[in-house]
Design a binder for this molecule. Structure first.
Ligand SMILES: Cc1cc2nc3c(=O)[nH]c(=O)nc-3n(C[C@H](O)[C@H](O)[C@H](O)COP(=O)(O)O)c2cc1C
Length: 233
């Protein structure tokens, strides 16, 4: 199973440690690709909306983003990991996610997404884990990934070495549970009602969509005439 681990910081702190631990429970090290932000991508969205209207390949950052996009597309499991900064993801994680707005279900989701699984990972010194996990889970859901698991907590520390063994054990146990579920669902990821319902609504809207780039995409995929991206063939 291929895993991509996208870290919302350049440094290997508590959040990275937890995300890496999980990745290694899911697959072997040679199947784990890593991305560090902003080292591997540090651009802010310019707000030109070119990706939505003219195509993602016309984004001024398309070439710089491409290696990350290819890693995401090739992965069976996408791990997004960010420490809590002021109750939310780091600026660099948000800047990356903004560049994939065109891939949201309301626009042009990639069909490969519907067979992947995702994990969002966050740590805080104290509070803000829930809202930070949601920041990332919103993207994985709207990209079309049917299953997103959440792993994170306040760790009462600002570095991994100072985290109490009891907290580390708890995170380890939770990571074990998530990894087991991911392995069990490999190749047959359940698509929940929420994803199916949202997709169906989008298919109806796209029939008469306002944006030709999105509308043509949906028609060409056959999604406006009943085809579903999570069904093979
Ligand atoms: C700019 C900044 C903002 C932070 N905001 C919060 C916060 O809102 N709530 C909190 O509990 N901890 C906050 N922290 C602490 C980190 O979330 C915490 O130390 C986290 O475990 C660091 O993860 P890392 O080791 O992966 O970098 C903040 C730290 C920084 C540098």
């Amino acid at each position: 199973m291929k895993v991509v681990l996208i870290s919302g910081t350049d440094h290997k702190g508590s959040t990275y440690h937890i995300a890496r631990m999980l990745a290694e429970k899911v697959t072997s090290p040679e199947d784990i690709a890593e991305v560090f932000l902003p080292r591997d991508f540090g651009e802010f969205c310019l707000g030109c909306t070119t990706c939505f209207v003219k195509g993602e390949d016309k984004c001024p950052h398309y070439e710089r983003l491409r290696p990350i996009t290819e890693k995401i597309d090739a992965a069976d499991v996408v791990i997004l990991a960010s420490p809590v900064y002021c109750y939310h993801v780091t600026g660099q994680m948000k800047a990356l996610l903004d560049h994939y707005g065109y891939r949201w279900m309301a626009h042009r989701p990639d069909e490969r997404m519907y067979r992947k699984q995702a994990v969002v990972v966050a740590t805080a010194a104290g509070a803000g884990v829930k809202s930070t996990l949601k920041d990332m889970a919103d993207s994985t859901f709207f990209w079309g990934i049917p299953q997103t698991y959440r792993l994170g907590r306040g760790i009462a520390a600002t570095d991994w070495d100072s985290v109490k063994p009891k907290i580390k054990d708890g995170l380890n146990a939770k990571a074990d549970k998530i990894a087991k579920t991911i392995r069990k669902r490999e190749g047959k990821v359940p698509v929940p009602l929420k994803t199916r319902a949202f997709f169906r609504i989008m298919a109806m809207i796209q029939k008469n969509g306002w944006n030709p780039a999105d509308k043509d995409y949906w028609i060409q995929k056959g999604w406006t005439s009943g085809k579903k991206p999570w069904k093979q063939g």
